[in-house]
Design a protein. Sequence first.
Length: 223
Amino acid sequence: MKKLTGLCLAISFIIVLAACNQNENTTSNENNTLNDTNDVTNHEENANNDENASNENDTTVNNSSVEEEANNEVNNAASEEVGTIDNLTLYFSDDQLMHTYRVESGVSVAANEAGALEAMQLWAAGPTHEDLYPLLPAGTTVDSVEFSDDVAHVSFSVEINEANFGSGGEVMMTEQVAMMMEQFGYDETVILIDGQEPGEILSHMEYSEPIPANDPEDYEWID
């Protein structure tokens, strides 16, 4: 009887032990399955993050391309809007300061402030024709040309104060400057010295008011 009881207890112990091992294996398998699921989820999340980052980079590149293209279109449109003055006309006096003549320069310039400055610098360099005479004192430069309120503003360096050509020469000089600006569509021109109104600094004229341009046909061409 004791042997039978011992045998039953041994069998019960074995059954309990087997059940415990089965539970441990089941728990381990469940943990492994959960870990595998987490690994798959993390892999998918990483893939999504990489895809989102790639999409963001593509969007940034596309936006930069669109912005650059828009800027190019604006610049091209601005360039197309600026006209050109072909064969710019220069105005110079004869050596007796009796008449002002028109001279073909053979130079084309843009019909804007930069082109007007280039034109004035050509004029300030003086004539090449032997019968014509430069009115600006040596060393005088054109510092700037600005367009504002339908009036051209031409600023000379302070060397212009050394001019000594009398009232007739001063009138010719101002007329020539105004006629240069007339080609750019400005019928009135303000003459400045070092960016400031000269007043009567040239002695013979009042410069507080803009100088009107004459009719180009009033001036003869010189060969």
